[in-house]
Design a protein around this ligand. Structure first.
Ligand code: ADP
Ligand code: ADP
Ligand code: ZN
Length: 233
């Protein structure tokens, strides 16, 4: 029997990875693990590591692979300790982003006896991405994502879930957005071929209302996960 069954979400910035992952993870007994959220949390500290991460993050550049893998593994280990058999695996959002990370992930998952059950690819045209990212608001307290027009909070500027004050991300500037989308095309999109060769990829049209995308995702993932013998399935 396999250990954990993990699912990876791949899509350009603004395709709705965070929004969808937060909705479907609890329904599938997965835990949403977003490396961007882990870094934003880490950067609230005042130490050398936080300053190092910020020097990449604010430019929209990737944090070095080794450091990123360390942060990810620390979170996976923490989940093992905290959640035990309550969950099936992680819903990975924002990892891997290049071939070296994908290969490192395969290595560490094999060591743990875990598998990748599916790779979801959210497809959204570029002009829609820019519109979404320029109106994105996040809650720095609980990580929830909103949009000023497409997914507004009940009270302007206030998080529905925790009452925190919403803000724009420091890297949702036109320059950093352009840089991140370029890095996505060059380094992350090629991973789809890497996973297609293993028949793992599920393409989902992400350019539809949030609820419609969620419904499609749930149906597709439920059937994939049902065919994988993972712990606590
Ligand atoms: P990603 O994690 O892929 O960068 P997000 O989930 O943060 O994307 O979504 C980017 C922005 O677009 C957010 O402001 C979010 O509220 C909004 N959004 C997400 N999905 C949709 C959708 N299907 N239709 C319209 N807006 C969306
Ligand atoms: P986006 O997908 O919009 O770039 P994320 O929240 O996923 O936003 O990531 C924000 C930033 O965190 C990235 O620009 C990068 O600096 C860092 N980051 C997140 N995931 C990774 C990763 N897998 N490898 C390297 N850096 C990462
Ligand atoms: Zn909140």
């Amino acid at each position: 029997m396999a250990g954990r069954c993990h699912v990876i979400v791949i899509g350009p910035q603004g395709s709705g990875k965070g929004t969808q992952a937060a909705r479907v993870a609890p329904l599938l007994r997965l835990v949403h693990v977003a490396t961007g959220d882990l870094f934003r949390q880490l950067m609230t500290r005042d130490d050398e590591l936080a300053r190092e991460v910020r020097s990449y993050y604010d430019r929209g550049a990737l944090v070095p692979d080794e450091l990123t893998l360390r942060v990810l593994l620390a979170r996976l280990d923490e989940l093992e300790r905290e959640q035990g058999d309550q969950y099936r695996g992680a819903l990975l959002d924002g990892y891997p982003r290049n071939l070296a990370q994908a290969e490192a992930l395969d290595r560490v998952l094999t060591e743990r006896g875990d598998v990748i059950a599916a790779v979801v690819h959210l497809v959204v045209p570029r002009e829609v991405l820019i519109e979404r990212l320029s109106g994105r608001l996040i809650c720095p307290t609980c990580g929830a994502t909103y949009h000023v027009r497409f997914s507004p909070p009940r009270v302007a500027g206030i998080c529905d879930h925790c009452g925190g004050a919403l803000m724009q991300r420091s890297d949702d500037t036109p320059e950093a957005i352009a840089r991140r989308l370029e890095t996505y095309e060059q380094q992350t999109a090629p991973l789809l071929d890497y996973y297609r060769a293993r028949d793992l990829v599920i393409d989902i049209d992400g350019n539809r209302p949030i609820d419609v995308v969620t419904r499609d995702l749930l149906v597709a993932l439920e059937s994939r996960l049902a065919h994988n013998p993972c712990r606590s399935s």
